[in-house]
Write a protein of this length. Sequence first.
Length: 406
Amino acid sequence: MTSAPTTAPVPLGGPRFQTEPAELYREMRRDHGSVVPVVLDGDIPAWLVLGYRELHQVTGDPQLFSRDSELWSQWERIPDDWPLLPMIGRRQPSILYTVGERHRERAAMISDALEAVDPFELRSQAEKFADELIDAICPKGETDLIGDYAALLPVRVLATLYGFSDEQGPGLVTALNDMINGREGALAGQQHLASSMAGLIAERTEKPADDVVSRMLANTAGFDAMEIVQDLMVMMAAGHQPTADWIGNSLRLMLTDDRFAASLFGGRHSVAEAMNEVLWEDTPTQNVAGRWASRDTQLGGRRIRSGDLLLLGLQGANSDPQVRTDSSALTGGNNAHFSFGHGEHRCPFPAQEVAEVIARTGIEVVLDRLPDIDLAVPAETLTRRPSPWLRGLNELPVRFTPVPVL
């Protein structure tokens, strides 16, 4: 087997993930091949899998490339205050780190609870909260569609589906955004989220209702309250921020790309096209941690050691030139991207459907309520969060003719 180039490992961080990730992934592929040696905070080594075929192999073989983080050979080097511990956890009783039959039972519990959500009720709830948010901004004639809209919408809808009251919604929005931003309020946000979930579970244990939490508690596989709290937190975080970024990235595409201009003037078919284009070209979840090699193996010409961490380069695989031979061509209805993952640890299909309904409804409400919306700043001045994991806009300033509230 031909050995891949052996230049120095790439730091997984820095401003280029914010400014020019597509070019960065191309350089990584050129210099290192489809499996790239990277270093995380504190010079911790890992592999970033950028090849479509290689990523398919990693995500499709849960025995060789396990989700069990206890296998990691680097734990003795990881300090208690390592900033990536929320991303790469240890001994967490959530679905993210469960493997084997127990994982399949857990995934079934979550899928069944979400599959029972009425799609018409889901869209109705999404429209309700979207209209409330637009009512707050439509008389002003200008707004930031990220901070005033996209960053607030998905969590409100999810909170209602899970069983939280409308009064609890705003506090959950603040807590979740604080936790995801990872700044001084992150720990307090995480604690508020956990205590809110525990309180809801206690309430629904005593008095079940027609909601996601009650259906999870009714599951007969024997998961305890702490496991369900952990899974609800994972579901809330994974369901909110990528969906918010899906809304923001799609609106940016419609406002800046002539191919999607029709969507701003009532062409609803192109909303779905724009959303699918984003999942290929500008996916909210860029890279995911991760998988751990359960034994020595070969991947993409690299020698992978037992206990090595492999990061899933979803955007890199989506743009693999062996798959996207003409990156300028629209993807149409092709959904063979990795944006929801692959294999038994991929995003459950009912969760994908929930995210799509929330995102599409959120976009369509903007276009319906603010009919002459336009970007308020030059497109090239829009900035992204400097994260190698999630890709979303810091803000999306727009202007429009003021309209009355509903």
